[in-house]
Structures are given as structure tokens and as C-alpha cells.
Design a protein around this ligand. Sequence first.
Ligand code: HEC
Length: 152
Amino acid sequence: MSLKAKIFLSIAAVLVAIQFIPVKRDNPKFDKKYEIKAPKEVKALFKKSCYDCHSYETKWPWYSKIAPFSFFITKHVHDGRGWLNFSVWEKYDEKKKKKLKREIFRSVAFAMPLSMYLWIHKEAKLTKEEKDKIRYWASDGTMVIDKEEKGF
Ligand code: HEC
């Protein structure tokens, strides 16, 4: 067998082998009464752009079943839920909600949703107005934005 063929077969063998490494693609059951209560427009934006990683209602795409993508995706979801989980938001105490709101206010401007996610999920991209809506909510209405834009 040529060296090229050996290398090719080794890579193929590794790719097959890693498919057997278990990953946790779960959506635990949760009590709807603990899901975040926020104005309809704001919640709709969270659902559109954040729920895949920050809730128990993750829409697992087909490629999340294929290693090595499955490793990144499940890690993002479990890390994301660990930081912030909209499905259990109403269980957080006031202090935690306040801290998370500050982080949402900050991260929604630049960091969230993750850019890797946005390459594939173009529909999750937030416009400036949508970001402002979330930030207005996260700041408990203290952020000054144009009344017209606010929409609620
Ligand atoms: C593709 C998965 C994914 C999506 C979609 C996503 N996040 Fe995250 N988020 C993460 C991960 C992973 C972390 C953990 C920390 C990190 O890696 O930066 C995180 C952390 C956070 C944090 C806390 C720590 C920090 O970095 O500020 C906040 C707040 C947050 N996300 C808000 C949001 C909001 C709001 C949205 C929707 C507009 C969103 N995320 C969408 C994966 C995601």
C-alpha cells in the first residue's frame, strides 16, 4: 500500500472511530412556569437567536450527530446553558438575574450569538434595532434609545 493510501485509511479510521464517542444531545424536561417572562418582542428575539444554546429547547441540527462537529456543538450548548438558561430563568434569584442582565446587555452588542453559529444560522443575526430592544430590556429601561425604535 502506498503511503498516501495508508494516511488516507488512517484518517478514515479515526473519523469512523470518533463517531462512537458518546455525546450528550439532550433537551431535559422543564417546568414552563420557570421559563423567562419578558415582553413578547424580547422573548421572541431570545428564541430566535439564543435558545439553541441557552435553553432546554435546543434545535439540534443533523450535523450535531456527526463527530467532530457534535463535540463543538454539544460543548457550546452545555456551556451556554451553564451560564444562562432561559428555560429556568424564573428560578434564578434577583441577584443572579441582575448579573445576567448586565452580561446580556454587554454581550449582545458584540459577542452573542457566537460568530461560529451565525455563519450557519443567518436568521439568528440581530439587527441594531433588535439588539437595542434586548439591551433596553436588560437595562430595565434605563438605556436611552429612540422611543420609536423601542416599539413597546
Ligand atoms: C452557538 C451557541 C450560542 C448562542 C446561539 C448564544 N450563546 Fe451565549 N454563550 C454561549 C457559550 C458557549 C457561552 C459560554 C461562555 C463563552 O464561551 O463565551 C455563552 C455565554 C453567554 C453569556 C454569559 C457570559 C458572557 O460571555 O457574557 C451571556 C450573557 C450570553 N451568552 C448571552 C447570549 C444571548 C443574549 C444570546 C442571543 C442573542 C446568546 N448568548 C446566544 C453560546 C451561545
